[in-house]
Design a protein. Structure first.
Length: 257
């Protein structure tokens, strides 16, 4: 077993018979699902969320079929009451939250004159405000135990804004700042806060169907494999407290900086 927050998994497990839980907020069909499966293979109970619970059925079933423990819960991560209730329910009925991954994307592209206030606000709510609620509730339940891992999924837009991405970049910049602030506040409490920069196309049906030229680079290792992203998330969780990574950028070898 691996180490996390300076404690071995064995020593943590012996201190409590309760399940250790990995919570994936925004468990889509690609990256989020791969992260859930990776943590389930290590024996953590996995809670996956999306706005519509029915969309989680295939992922939950695949984890269970592989011998893992998974729970799918429909939850709007922008709703404060729903998020408070989600973490209360997990702690009461499933186990101790050990890992939280915020993985909501909200990637949109519009010229600035065509970006409505509704679009800008919705993107901010999904990619930034929901991240705040996730981080706050994770800290609330992890803090008393003085351990845990909290990972925020960022993007190229977390570092630089490009034409047409005013809403997305604004939200992702905010999420990155949140992660930095939480790392400084929660690190002394034994909680590892990390922010990943996913810089490149990911192997998804969307990329395959809409960007075939980019998808054709898959055989050259030119797009990100969700399973490989998930492996790096697991490794972040395993890091000892004296050697924590806060920001990790992941990109294919041919992607420009």
């Amino acid at each position: 077993m691996a180490q996390q927050s300076g404690l071995s998994a064995e020593s943590v497990g012996s201190a409590s018979s309760r399940a250790r839980v990995a919570v994936i907020i925004g468990a889509g069909d690609a990256t989020g699902g791969a992260i859930a499966r990776r943590f389930a293979r290590e024996g953590l109970a996995v809670v996956v969320t999306r706005r519509h619970e029915d969309a989680l059925i295939p992922l939950v079933q695949s984890i269970r079929d592989a011998g893992g423990v998974a729970h799918g819960i429909g939850c709007d991560a922008r709703d404060e009451g729903a998020m408070v209730g989600l973490f209360d329910r997990i702690e009461r009925d499933i186990g101790d939250v050990a890992v939280v991954v915020f993985n909501i994307g909200a990637n949109v592209r519009h010229p600035i004159t065509e970006t409505t206030a509704r679009v800008y606000r919705k993107v901010w709510e999904m990619a930034a405000f929901a991240g705040f609620l996730t981080g706050r509730e994770a800290a609330r339940v992890m803090g008393p135990r003085q351990q845990g891992t909290l990972i925020f999924t960022g993007a190229t837009a977390s570092l630089r804004g490009s034409a047409g991405f005013a809403a997305f970049a604004g939200a992702k910049f905010a999420l990155r700042a949140l992660a930095q602030s939480l790392a400084r506040e929660l690190g002394p409490q034994g909680i590892h806060v990390a922010h990943t920069v996913i810089d490149g196309a990911i192997d998804t049906d969307f990329i395959r169907d809409n960007f075939p030229e980019r998808y054709a680079l898959k055989e050259q290792g030119g797009i990100l494999n969700p399973e490989h992203i998930a492996e790096q998330y697991w490794r972040l969780h395993c890091q000892p407290r004296d050697c924590w990574t806060h920001e990790l950028d992941l990109r294919p070898w041919l992607e420009t900086f």
